[in-house]
Design a protein around this ligand. Sequence first.
Ligand code: NAP
Length: 246
Amino acid sequence: MATALITGASQGIGECIAKRLAKDGFDIAVNYYPSEANIEKAGKVAEACRSFGVKAEIFGADVSDFGQCAEMVKAVKEKFGTIDALVNNAGITKDTLLTLMTEEQYDQVIAVNQKSVFNMMKPVIKIMMKQKHGSIVNMASVAGLYGNAGQINYAASKAAIIGMTKSAAKEVGARNIRVNAVAPGLIKTPMTDVLTDEQKKNIFDRIALKRFGEVEEIATVVSFLLSDNASYITGQTIEISGGLEM
Ligand code: NAP
């Protein structure tokens, strides 16, 4: 049985990806940020995954911490035997204008969104190289492709992920490991629930499909990229934005 490890999978897009990959037949390693509340949420996600007849376990780790990522990857490998798919989904925002942004707000977003991708890909790719196969999907954003006012930290982290995806794909393609990214636009999650109606209307005016995306619409593309149906696709960033920019 193949195993998929999904970071930040206790809610939102990560939760939906975990359930979709369970439906696809992967055993699931649900990563969550270590907190009491998240243990319960991650536990429910794992339970939902098991309802598809696969194994699922929860693994607490702060993905911005290099050592915690290495420990988690070791634990997942020991529990399941292989790691065939990795989804680097965990992410945060600390939005404000550049002139108001603190150094801490900048550094936190870079650490959680961007450095985490290095922290996770390094130990997982070592395992995938020994296995001689594997597939990775990194969570970028349209902010990393086009920029967004008030998100200089977030846009920097997501643009970096696109470059990291291409670099890793070139390094490990010969080892039968594929590395791709998805760049969602505005998706209905707790992250976007906080927008006012006026903010939402302004956004819809710029989207060809005139609506937010659903988490399932991201999970479907991640599922495809991890599957053998995408066997000749690597180093790519697939935009899933309803036609935000064309
Ligand atoms: P979300 O609901 O806030 O989920 C993010 C998850 O990441 C949460 O479970 C969160 O845990 C976890 N996380 C945060 N920091 C972490 C850390 N240091 N270690 C481990 N886990 C951590 O957001 P979402 O909308 O599902 O976003 C998922 C990904 O999609 C993110 O990378 C985001 O940037 C990207 N994205 C989202 C949208 C959108 O419109 N929603 C658009 C483009 C890209 P806690 O709850 O404990 O913080």
